[in-house]
Design a protein around this ligand. Structure first.
Ligand code: CMP
Length: 135
């Protein structure tokens, strides 16, 4: 079965939205197969977002995701990479459709509630950083 990696960003954890977000994922009939609350180190955050290293928002992004604990999970299900990204909505919560996680729960572009891997290759690379014991 296909798997993906997600993490709930610090702002949403602080706002007490973990239950709501995990519940939306579970209600879609996707399976949470690993779950962890961690505070990312700067190095881990830089590695996680290494594809964006040259982007002007990189430093702000690293600062944001290391500002407090995140809740990371591995999610399993049919076409899960595509399904989760639909459930989450567009990167910018202003543009994300109502009914999606970002559309309903977010407003900030950097602290945009949740991250999800964009491919199986990204899943393997990103999940190894938070769940090295499962690699
Ligand atoms: P995420 O899904 O975690 O993947 C990369 C993140 O970079 C994205 O969500 C946003 O939080 C952030 N991001 C993307 N584009 C911009 C931008 N133009 N300005 C600031 N942050 C951005």
């Amino acid at each position: 079965m296909e798997r993906t990696f997600i993490f709930i960003k610090p702002g949403a954890v602080k706002r007490g939205l973990v239950g709501e977000i995990i519940s939306r994922i579970e209600r879609k009939n996707l399976k949470i197969t690993a779950l962890k609350m961690v505070k990312l180190t700067k190095r881990e955050a830089e590695e996680l977002y290494s594809v964006h290293m040259e982007k002007p928002f990189f430093n702000e992004l690293v600062k944001c995701v290391t500002s407090g604990p995140i809740v990371a999970a591995i999610v399993e299900g049919r076409n899960v990479v595509e399904v989760i990204r639909k459930l989450i909505g567009s990167t910018d919560p202003v543009k994300a459709e109502p009914g999606t996680i970002r559309g309903d729960l977010g407003l900030d572009l950097t602290d945009n509630v949740i991250h999800a891997s964009d491919s199986e290759k990204s899943f393997r690379r990103e999940s190894k950083i938070i769940f090295p014991e499962l690699a």
